[in-house]
Design a protein around this ligand. Structure first.
Ligand code: B12
Ligand code: SF4
Ligand code: SF4
Length: 382
């Protein structure tokens, strides 16, 4: 079935109706198209360069040895179009680049979602769950109107969500590699519905105009030089193995020593390249009512974060991206590794007893990070 521009408008309106702030639809590029070749080649080059680090799921290949994410039809042969929806999570709260007490850490804004744990210890909503629920409602409406196959994903699908968001007109991909909408900025979380619906050729892709211009604030501000300055083709990419979000969320084991100092006080994720972006200064505050920011996670005390162990960690982070699905045990373990590094960068000698305790403990990754942090604090104290 082929969608007309009226159908396209209907889908966008329905998406807004179920709680999204932005929505659009784009065709899956055909194998013969230039767009397909460009995406596939760029993604393969990115993987071959080693920029994906230990994120093995990004490197998955099909039976023919082709990267699954290089072309959506490799994983989903019936895929013809992708509806991309976005929720805005900007909020009136301090920026990670604003001055803050030295003994606090930083948890990325996207992980502030979820309500404070209530008396029964039940915390609210991870954005993955919130967006998926909205997508399912939209999917049901879609199926009432059109005969089609569909799959919904928030983060977890074999798909380059940002590429589809830009093709659908939601925003351009900035030099910080984030999707930025001219009115709403880049504090956007994406969810997609892959469908078997064809689009009229004329409206298969309506990419948003690039508005970075000559600005390089994000590249200049990135403390670990993770953002790769665009070449002649203007393509935006990062070396994820240097990105603090990767180091604190995805990286197992030890964090390379030369990147620890530039990590500063980031404990989970990183917001710096979005905090400096002028498009976020202009954007309206528009936090989704389903994702209210939790005050206790904004500039949290490192002492408090260090004290969260076992059931207490679960109570505080249940329903938050910090404690999500697979790899929960390693996430918890590496969360403490990150807290140790942030303590080492704090200049606060009061953390030495905690760090010395961890350094003498049984977890080798934590012990090594804590010994590094304690040595850094002692050197700064001389
Ligand atoms: C792996 C991953 C990461 C990795 C790698 C990020 C990266 N830039 O590659 C790490 C752990 C570092 C990371 C960090 C963050 N992430 Co992340 N991440 C993902 C995930 C799961 C896959 C991304 C991926 O495939 N990367 C590989 C690279 C090569 O692909 P890509 O980034 O999509 O880049 C493609 C396009 O940019 C395209 N491209 C470039 N220019 C152009 C131009 C045009 C016209 C077109 C068509 C395409 C195109 O080329 C690339 C393909 O080769 C996606 C969800 C998903 N399934 O897409 C979320 C996702 C990208 N992450 C998200 C978020 C929120 C974050 C963080 C902000 C979290 C935080 N605060 O710590 C940071 C942001 C860091 C940053 N500056 O990008 C959001 C982004 C929302 C947005 N506004 O863009 C996503 C979409 C999750 C979601 N569902 O909302 N993330
Ligand atoms: S999220 Fe932080 S470390 Fe990653 S590219 Fe942006 S500024 Fe650099
Ligand atoms: S900081 Fe500047 S270069 Fe970076 S994404 Fe924003 S507008 Fe583009």
């Amino acid at each position: 079935m082929t969608l007309t521009s009226t159908d396209r408008n209907w889908i966008e309106q329905q998406s807004l109706g179920v709680g999204f702030d932005l929505a659009g639809i784009a065709a899956v590029p055909t194998e013969a198209s230039e767009e397909h070749a460009a995406t596939n080649e760029r993604f393969s080059a990115w993987i071959s360069a080693g920029h994906a680090g230990e994120m093995e799921y990004l490197k998955r290949e099909d039976d023919a040895g082709q990267l699954v994410r290089g072309d959506l039809r490799r994983a989903i042969p019936w895929a013809r179009s992708v509806i991309t929806c976005a929720v805005n999570y900007s909020s009136k709260t301090p920026l990670s680049i604003a001055p803050a007490a030295k003994d606090t850490g930083w948890v990325a804004r996207y992980a502030w979602s979820g309500r404070e744990p209530n008396a029964n210890g039940n915390a609210g909503s991870d954005y993955h769950d919130v967006l998926l629920k909205q997508l399912r409602t939209l999917e049901a409406r879609l199926k009432q109107r059109f005969e089609c196959d569909t799959n919904c994903y928030v983060d977890t699908g074999p798909i380059l969500e940002r590429g589809y968001a830009t093709r659908a007109g939601i925003g351009w991909i900035g030099k910080n590699t984030c999707v930025i909408n001219q009115q709403q900025g880049s504090w956007l979380l994406l969810g997609v519905i892959v469908t078997s619906l064809e689009l009229e050729t004329a409206s298969a892709s309506l990419p948003a105009a690039d508005r970075c211009g000559s600005c390089t604030r994000c590249i200049d501000a990135c403390p670990t030089d993770a953002l790769i300055p665009p070449g002649l083709d203007g393509h935006r990419q990062m070396d994820a193995t240097r990105c603090i979000a990767y180091l604190t969320i995805e990286k197992k084991g030890s964090i390379p020593e030369e990147l620890r100092e530039p990590m500063g006080r980031q404990v989970f994720g990183c917001d710096i390249c979005q905090d400096v972006c002028p498009w976020n200064r202009r954007a309206p505050i528009k936090t989704s009512s389903a994702l209210p920011p939790r005050q206790d996670l904004i500039n949290p005390s490192l002492e408090w974060l260090a004290s969260l162990e076992g059931p207490e960690f679960t109570r505080v982070f249940r329903g938050s991206p910090v404690e999500r699905t697979r790899r929960q045990t390693s996430r918890r373990k590496f969360f403490r590794r990150n807290v140790a590094i942030a303590m080492g960068n704090s200049g606060e000698a009061k953390f030495l007893p905690k760090l010395d305790g961890w350094a003498a403990g049984e977890d080798p990754t934590l012990a090594e990070a804590a010994a590094w942090a304690a040595a850094r604090l002692r050197a700064a104290d001389k």
